[in-house]
Write a protein that binds this ligand. Structure first.
Ligand SMILES: [Zn+2]
Ligand SMILES: [Zn+2]
Length: 250
């Protein structure tokens, strides 16, 4: 398309999907550390201020869970059901706001940006795991929470990622009972209470590397319990491995 025609059809102002600023005025002023063209395009829709504010975890210090700092939880946990996990960003106040913006409004533009941020962790995980993934699944929400919100953010992000990278998305887990908000519990309480929260759908399982997706990694007990339940359900099938993929690491 000739330049003049392109200009004619292009919107006069591109609005940043996060903050609503005129993105064109500050565009091109941030690095986009993702290779796949679709998430790259989504990140390019951000204004420069938002793009530069993303606290990417480019060099994890804990090579198990992908945290940017050294990690007591992984040292303490002697038995682990997931292989490794990677997290896209540090869970800063700003990232809390971005996730809340999405969780409570379900805005599609924000969803695309958050999925594109997650793509960064996916590409890092592929390098770290040095193998391919055969299916993607997500940590289910409690039924009460799902009714309140109307959607499971981890599932929606997982579906977006699966579409971009040509993976198959499969629901494999159910949440069995409602627990109090995690933040109200002590660290030890959380670890104990995760047991019995999830069940795996046997018919959805198959051998290979499964990518398990959740929005925020706090202690890792949700991720680990889900991985344990998946592996237990696979029983004799020792070739099932679970890798964690998280949007943010607190
Ligand atoms: Zn912005
Ligand atoms: Zn760790």
């Amino acid at each position: 398309m000739p330049l003049t025609l392109g200009k004619w059809f292009a919107p006069s102002k591109s609005v940043c999907p996060i903050c609503g600023r005129d993105a064109a005025r500050t565009a091109g002023s941030g690095v986009i550390p993702v290779r796949h063209p679709q998430p790259r395009q989504a990140l390019a829709s951000l204004c420069g201020l938002c793009l530069r504010a993303i606290p990417w975890i480019a060099y994890p210090v804990c090579l198990v869970c992908g945290r940017a700092e050294s990690c007591e939880d992984c040292v303490r946990r002697k038995i682990r059901s997931y292989t490794i996990s990677r997290c896209a960003v540090r869970y800063t106040e700003m990232m809390k706001d971005w996730l809340a913006l999405y969780k409570y409004r379900g805005n599609e533009g924000v969803e695309t940006v958050l999925a594109a941020i997650l793509a960064f962790a996916y590409e890092r995980l592929c390098e770290a795991a040095n193998s391919e993934f055969h299916a993607v699944t997500s940590v289910p929400l409690a039924p009460e929470r799902l009714r309140e919100r109307g959607f499971n953010q981890a599932e929606r992000l997982a579906i977006r990622l699966a579409e971009w990278y040509g993976l198959s998305y499969r629901p494999m887990l159910h949440r069995l009972r409602h627990t109090e908000k995690q933040s109200l519990k002590s660290r030890l309480g959380r670890v104990v209470d995760m047991r019995g929260n999830f069940a795996a759908d046997h018919s959805a399982l198959f051998p290979g590397n499964i990518l398990l997706l959740d929005d925020v990694y706090t202690t890792g007990s949700t991720l680990d319990e889900c991985a344990r339940v998946l592996k237990q359900a696979a029983e004799a099938n020792e070739s099932l491995r679970v890798y964690g993929l998280l949007w943010a690491r607190s």
